[in-house]
Design a protein around this ligand. Structure first.
Ligand SMILES: [Zn+2]
Length: 194
């Protein structure tokens, strides 16, 4: 009987400790939380996209960081003000610290539109790819440019699988734009289904 009672007490203590410690160790944020942060950021004019959201809860304090895509045509002064107002609206809903990292996209590049459409189509056709972001066209010499972007995979993948996905996207892109060079970075970490 004594052993049983002590086992029950030990178990309750374990449960209480686990509940108290879990948020301190960092639980994975819910899909709703991530979607909400994305929505809050996107509701600011000038925010073209949101990605790499990291959400941590330490007791009642939230630490949120995320990237916002913006046009590179705006001044650093302007972009700082935008980042700050996005941070404020996120911190209002998730009290604590919000940090917005600014990713400028050169959307005014003459070939941006057609390249963006192609990347959207190619990545949408690959079920292993959840989304892409940070599309930039850089280092142009005559017709040849570097097309740089990150892809987010739908699920955890091995180094080899990541390489294969990036490779196959690269090959398809090459068929459409043989003169371009693609630099693709893949990140399986923060994927979530919409
Ligand atoms: Zn980014």
């Amino acid at each position: 009987m004594g052993i049983l009672v002590s086992l029950i007490i030990a178990y309750s203590a374990y449960r209480i400790a686990k509940e108290a410690v879990a948020p301190l160790l960092g639980e994975a944020p819910s899909r709703e939380t991530l979607k909400r942060i994305e929505h809050l950021a996107k509701s600011h004019t000038g925010v073209l996209g949101v990605h790499d959201i990291i959400f941590h809860q330490y007791g009642r304090t939230n630490i949120v960081s995320f990237h916002i895509e913006v046009s590179d045509g705006r001044s650093a002064f302007d972009l700082h003000a935008l980042a700050e107002s996005v941070e404020e609206s996120v911190a209002r809903e998730f009290p604590g610290t919000a940090i917005a990292h600014v990713d400028p996209l050169n959307t005014k590049h003459p070939r941006y539109g057609e390249i963006e459409r192609a990347v959207t189509e190619i990545t949408a056709q690959d079920q292993r790819v959840h989304s892409y972001h940070d599309l930039r066209i850089v280092g142009c010499q005559a017709e040849r440019c570097n097309v740089v972007f990150d892809i987010v995979l739908t699920q955890e993948a091995s180094e080899q699988e990541i390489y294969d996905v990036a490779r196959s996207i690269q090959e398809q892109f090459k068929k459409r734009f043989p003169e371009m060079r693609t630099i693709i970075k893949a990140e399986p970490r923060f994927a979530y289904s919409p």
